[in-house]
Design a protein around this ligand. Structure first.
Ligand SMILES: *Cc1c(COP(=O)(O)O)cnc(C)c1O
Length: 375
């Protein structure tokens, strides 16, 4: 039994003809950059997400950087980010010379702890970047309230949560990445909607921001060779757009397959007191980019042994993430004496992500869990 963390091959095999045809069409048209399919995909994704504008770009990291540039943030402006996240969120803050304010996360959702945000805010704080980690939205209702109170921009990092739906107390709903001022996502192959290389997108309901974002993505120009602002070269190429156009109609079924697999893991693991299955809050759906368990008690102190044990039986697992931002060598100086990151500091030792993708078989899941329980 061949088990993979992410099985890109079988996902491709299922829609091979659609994908191959789409790629060939682009090659025949030879419009490799800014071809018709790029625009078509942006419109299709905007329709899917019920958001006014989608601007595609080169990758999910660029997407966050471009969002911050479009908001006009200047060197020295402070940006709030969670310390338990993928490095991209922190990296762009560093690259733009912004000042990061790291915040601990909620132990259940792994997303930024809304109770610890206000204490970090100063008159120089300009934005907050909630990360919808592992496929579930951060507490956007509270984040929007804090943002309103302190005049902060909200940039959602929805790289792991495309298709997750957030429900507000008044019953209104919105998709991850379409709630704050700007949202960003990634089409890295292993993401829930992945292309066959790098790709990303930026979402906004603001016409003004959309126009700025579009310019920044393309060297700060609206008219070719007339550069009105400093931009970057970050574009989704036409081949990737055509692949994404073919895959988008299947995203709901991919999400449903991930959710079904997550439910089956929950059921198989429910009787083990040392394993905490992913928490699902009642205001966001979970699209399970990762199925991440927390190990406690005796299991908790033996995570790496468990990982090895599973590996020997052909079961890959991953630790997302082995270090928080403030523990990384590159970002060590972001740590302040007064910071308390006890939750994140514990999580890096407790978490273990199990194989998760849209073609996971129940027999594979049973084998995975049997081996965890045997250990
Ligand atoms: C993958 C990811 C990114 C970056 O996406 P790339 O396309 O790889 O640049 C940013 N933030 C989070 C949380 C991610 O998981």
């Amino acid at each position: 039994m061949k088990i993979q963390m992410v099985d890109l091959r079988s996902q491709y095999e299922k829609i091979k003809t659609e994908i191959d045809t789409a790629i060939l069409e682009v090659i025949q048209s030879s419009a490799f950059i800014k071809g018709q399919k790029v625009n078509e995909f942006e419109i299709a994704l905007a329709t899917f997400l019920n958001v006014k504008h989608v601007i595609s770009c080169g990758n999910g990291t660029d997407a966050i950087q471009i969002a911050l540039m479009a908001l006009g943030l200047k060197a020295g402006d402070e940006v709030i980010i969670p310390t338990f996240t993928y490095v991209a969120t922190a990296e762009v803050v560093a690259l733009l010379g912004l000042k990061p304010l790291l915040v601990d996360v909620n132990p259940d959702t792994f997303c930024i702890d809304i109770c610890q945000i206000e204490a970090k805010i100063s008159p120089n704080t300009k934005a907050i970047i909630p990360v919808h980690l592992f496929g579930q939205c951060a507490n956007m209702e509270e984040i929007l309230l804090i943002a309103k109170k302190y005049y902060l921009f909200v940039v959602e990092d929805a790289a792991q949560a495309i298709g997750a739906q957030y429900t507000f107390k008044n019953g209104s709903t919105a998709f991850a990445g379409c709630i704050g001022d700007i949202g960003t996502t990634s089409f890295f192959p292993s993401k829930n909607l992945g292309c066959f290389g790098d790709g990303g997108a930026i979402m906004t309901n603001s016409d003004e921001l959309a126009e700025k974002i579009r310019m920044i993505c393309n060297h700060g120009q609206k008219v070719q060779y007339y550069h009105d602002c400093v931009g970057v070269n970050s574009r989704l190429d036409t081949i990737q757009a055509s692949i994404l156009l073919a895959k988008l109609p299947h995203l709901n079924s991919y999400t449903a397959a991930r959710q079904k697999a997550a439910n089956y893991y929950n059921e198989l693991l429910k009787d083990n007191g040392d394993i905490i299955c992913p928490f699902i809050g009642n205001n966001s759906t979970h699209v399970f980019h990762q199925y991440t368990i927390k190990l406690t008690g005796k299991l908790g102190s033996n995570r790496n042994l468990l990982k090895e044990f599973l590996k020997e039986r052909g079961i890959p697992t991953m630790v997302y993430y082995p270090l928080c931002v403030h523990q990384q060598r590159a970002y060590k100086n972001w740590y302040n004496e007064t910071d308390n990151f006890s939750i994140s500091n514990n999580l890096v030792n407790q978490v273990l992500s199990l194989p998760m993708h849209s073609n996971l078989l129940e027999t594979q899941q049973k084998y995975i869990v049997d081996n965890i329980l045997e250990f």
